[in-house]
Ligand binder design. Structure first.
Ligand SMILES: [Zn+2]
Length: 556
C-alpha cells in the first residue's frame, strides 16, 4: 500500500468523527509477531454486549510465542484478572495510539516484577495498574510478552488492539496492517430480514418480521407501509476457515443509498449499542446475529449513516421497490445482493398496546407492589411494550416479576428494587436479586438492603426475584502428591452467587495464586518460591458474593 492511499484511509476514518488524527506513516507499526499474521477474529465482529475491539491473531495452536512491541512507547497499564483479558499489557506510543495485548501468558521480566511486587504487597491476584509515562519504556521490536490463552480465551491466540490514546476509541488495526494480511475473499450474506414497523407496516400480509434465506430471495415479497431491512452475513479471509465481522454494509433502494455502516472505530460507550444495532431477540432466541440496516430511535452510533427516516422505508405505491445490499471487507472485496419488494395495498391493524408502554425518549419509572424500577432517559433504544406479570414460587423470597417475556436491552445499568416477602435468614447480606430464566436462576447482585427492599443493578428487562445464598464455596484440592514441588492447584466453586475473593497462605505468608474463571482453577503462580524439604501449613480462604466463607487447612 502506498502512503497516499493510507492517508486517504486515515482521513476517511477521522473526518466523520471530528477527532484530530496525528500524521501516520506507513511504517508506524510493525507486526507484533515474526510470523505471517492469520486472524481468528477481526475488528468489529459481533460479540455479547460488545463489538470485538481488535484482532485475534492465531499463534499456531500453542502458547508462548514471543510478542514484539509494534512501535516505541511506554507501558501505561497492566491488567491481571480471572476472566476477560486474563493478562493484558497496554503500551502507549508517541503517535497518539495505544496498543493492547490480551490473554498473554507472561509479561517481560521488568513488567512481571512490578506486578508481582504489587500482588504481594496488596495480597491480591487481580491487578489493574496504571503507570506514569516512560516508567517502563520499549522500543519497536522489543520483546514485551509471551502469547497465551489466559482469561476468557478458548484456544491460544493474541488479542491485539489499537486504541486512540486520547479518546480510548478502539481503532480497526487493519488500517495499519492491511498490506501484511492476505484477503481476496468477499463477505457472504446468509439471510435477509424484513421488519414491519409496529402498527404501520406489513410484509407478506403479516406484522411479524420475515426471515428470507438467500436462496429464497427471488420469491415474491410484498409489503405495505413502513419497513426496515436487516442482514446476516460473514466475511472470510485467505488461508483460514474462520468467519469474520463485516467491515462495510450499504443498503440501496432504487439506486440510492439509504443506510451504511463502516467499522473503523468504536468508542467503549458504544459497545453495548450492539444490542440495538443487531436484533437482540433473534440473538437470545435463535443464537444468530442479524444486523439492522435501520437505526432504532434511541441508538445513535457514529459508524452508522442512515438516510432519511433512520433507514426506515415507506412502501406507499403499488410498484416494485428494488433493494440492493453491498457488503465489503476492508480490502475492498465485495458482494452484492438484489431483491424486489412489491408494494401491495393492505390493511394494517393499528398498534394498540396491551401493557404499559416505556418510551425511549424519556425517563420511565415502574412502580408496582413490591417492585420498583427506574429507567433514566437515554437507556432504552426503542419504545417497549411491557408484558408485566407477577407470579409466586415458594422457592423464592419475593414474587417473580416478569418485566418482559423476552429480554429488552438497557444501555446502562438501572436500579431495580424488590420487596422481600419473608426473611428466613437474619443476615441481610445473604439475599440477592436473581434473574429467572425457565427453571434456572442467575445471580444479578444486590446486597444493599433497605426497609425490606433488596436493590440491584440490572442490564436488561427480563424476569427477576429474590433468592438467598447461605452456602459457602467449595474447595477441591488437586494432585496433592505434586504439592511438595510447588505445583499446587485447587478447584474452587460457588454454585449460586460466584466467587468474590480468595487468599492462600503458606506458613502464614501470602502466596500468589492465579485464578481462572474459565476452569475454576487456583494455581500457584511462582512454584519456585516455596522452600523445599520442610512440612508446610497451608490455609485457603474463599468467599462468595453473599459473604459466605470457607476456610480449609492442609499440611503437606
Ligand atoms: Zn479477541
Amino acid at each position: 500500500m502506498n502512503i497516499c492511499k493510507l492517508a486517504t484511509i486515515i482521513t476517511l476514518l477521522f473526518s466523520s468523527f471530528t477527532i484530530k488524527a496525528q500524521t501516520i506513516t506507513k511504517d508506524s507499526f510493525i507486526s507484533p509477531f515474526k510470523f505471517p499474521l492469520l486472524l481468528s477474529a477481526n475488528f468489529g465482529e459481533l460479540r455479547g454486549n460488545h463489538f470485538h475491539g481488535g484482532f485475534d491473531i492465531k499463534t499456531g495452536g500453542v502458547v508462548g510465542k514471543p510478542v514484539y512491541c509494534i512501535a516505541d512507547g511506554y507501558v501505561s497499564r497492566v491488567l491481571v484478572m480471572a476472566g476477560g483479558y486474563g493478562n493484558a499489557l497496554f503500551i502507549t506510543h508517541y503517535n497518539g495510539y495505544t496498543s493492547v495485548y490480551g490473554h498473554i501468558k507472561n509479561f517481560s521480566s521488568a513488567v512481571e516484577k512490578v506486578i508481582k511486587d504489587y500482588q504481594l504487597r496488596h495480597e491480591t491476584f487481580a491487578v489493574d495498574l496504571k503507570f506514569e509515562p516512560n516508567f517502563i519504556k520499549f522500543k519497536a521490536g522489543d520483546f514485551i510478552a509471551s502469547s497465551g490463552n489466559e482469561g476468557m480465551s478458548f484456544g491460544p491466540h493474541l488479542h491485539f488492539e489499537i486504541r486512540n490514546s486520547q479518546t480510548n476509541e478502539y481503532v480497526n488495526p487493519l488500517i495499519f496492517y492491511k498490506d501484511i494480511i492476505a484477503d481476496k475473499r468477499a463477505p457472504v450474506a446468509q439471510l435477509i430480514a424484513i421488519y414491519p414497523e409496529k402498527g404501520t407496516g406489513v410484509v407478506n400480509g403479516s406484522q411479524e418480521k420475515k426471515i428470507i434465506p438467500m436462496n429464497a430471495l427471488s420469491r415474491p415479497i410484498t409489503a405495505w407501509g413502513k419497513i426496515g431491512i436487516g442482514i446476516k452475513a460473514f466475511d472470510y479471509m485467505n488461508n483460514t476457515n474462520n468467519h469474520y465481522g463485516i467491515y462495510q454494509i450499504k443498503l440501496f433502494l432504487d439506486g440510492k443509498q439509504i443506510f451504511g455502516s463502516q467499522m473503523n472505530g468504536v468508542l467503549s460507550d458504544e459497545n453495548r449499542r450492539i444490542n440495538g444495532y443487531t436484533d437482540f431477540s433473534e440473538l437470545k432466541r435463535n443464537r444468530r446475529w442479524i444486523i439492522r440496516s435501520f437505526s432504532l430511535p434511541g441508538n445513535p452510533l457514529r459508524f452508522v449513516e442512515s438516510h432519511d427516516d433512520r433507514g426506515i422505508v415507506e412502501i406507499n405505491e403499488e410498484r416494485n421497490y428494488q433493494f440492493m445490499y453491498q457488503i465489503t471487507d476492508a480490502h475492498g472485496n465485495k458482494n452484492q445482493y438484489s431483491f424486489t419488494v412489491t408494494g401491495k395495498k393492505s390493511n394494517i391493524d393499528p398498534f394498540i398496546p396491551k401493557g404499559k408502554m416505556l418510551y425511549w425518549n424519556r425517563a420511565n419509572v415502574i412502580q408496582e407492589p413490591g417492585f420498583e424500577l427506574a429507567i433514566p432517559k437515554g437507556v432504552l433504544y426503542d419504545d417497549v411494550e411491557l408484558n408485566y406479570k407477577v407470579s409466586k414460587d415458594s422457592s423464592y423470597l419475593a414474587n417473580i416479576y416478569q418485566i418482559n417475556d423476552e429480554p429488552i436491552p438497557l444501555h446502562t445499568y438501572c436500579t431495580l428494587m424488590l420487596g422481600l416477602k419473608n426473611r428466613p435468614v437474619k443476615d441481610t447480606n445473604k439475599y440477592y436479586i436473581a434473574s429467572v430464566v425457565g427453571k434456572r436462576k442467575n445471580y444479578i447482585g444486590g446486597s444493599k438492603f433497605e426497609d425490606g427492599w433488596i436493590k440491584a443493578n440490572i442490564r436488561d428487562l427480563g424476569t427477576y426475584t429474590i433468592a438467598v445464598d447461605t452456602i459457602a464455596p467449595r474447595i477441591l484440592p488437586l494432585s496433592k502428591k505434586l504439592w511438595k514441588s510447588g505445583n499446587i492447584q485447587f478447584k474452587i466453586y460457588d454454585n449460586e452467587t460466584g466467587i468474590k475473593n480468595y487468599k492462600v497462605f503458606i506458613d502464614g505468608k501470602f502466596y500468589i495464586f492465579a485464578y481462572s474463571l474459565k476452569n475454576n482453577r487456583l494455581v500457584m503462580k511462582y512454584p519456585l518460591s516455596l522452600v523445599r524439604g520442610n512440612a508446610h501449613n497451608m490455609e485457603v480462604f474463599v468467599e462468595d458474593n453473599c459473604g459466605n466463607i470457607v476456610r480449609e487447612k492442609y499440611i503437606f
